[in-house]
Ligand binder design. Structure first.
Ligand SMILES: [Zn+2]
Length: 143
């Protein structure tokens, strides 16, 4: 499968969008650290991911270097929205007991995807090869 690389300029744009969504979503209590690298442990090709600690209100959002689709400013914006949106529900997700975590995660994703459609007209999972959604890595679980 063809892959693409996000550039230093893409990262700058992404970081700017993170700041914008942090403000818009009222996430000002969070310290958000943004980085740009691939996750070598993660075989899935996620565009970005977030790790957060509600106790300390520290989050790290990583933009993947390798993308399964061509990065555009709109996709960088959408991806920044997606990761920041996880922080909105992070305190709520903390309350979910372990056996229900996986299903709660799936439901959280469904919610975020419908919000993506409202805001961007299309969800991130709908970009890429429209004829081959089954093999679209973006339709698989993203964190
Ligand atoms: Zn996600």
């Amino acid at each position: 499968m063809e892959t693409y690389k996000t550039t230093a300029k893409n990262f700058k744009v992404f970081a700017r969008h993170i700041k914008k969504w942090q403000k818009k979503m009222g996430l000002t209590g969070w310290s958000i650290f943004v980085s740009h690298k691939d996750d070598d442990k993660d075989a899935e090709e996620d565009c970005a991911w977030v790790q957060s600690d509600y106790q300390t209100m520290v989050a790290s959002i990583t933009l993947a270097v390798t993308w399964p689709i061509a990065p555009t400013d709109k996709l960088l914006d959408l991806t920044a929205f997606h990761e920041c949106r996880h922080l909105v529900t992070a305190p709520l997700m903390m309350l979910i007991p372990e056996p229900l975590q996986e299903i709660a995660c799936q439901e959280e994703h469904r919610l975020i995807i419908s919000e993506e459609r409202l805001l961007f007209g299309k969800a991130l999972s709908e970009y890429g090869d429209a004829d081959n959604q089954e093999n679209n890595p973006l339709t698989s679980k993203r964190l």
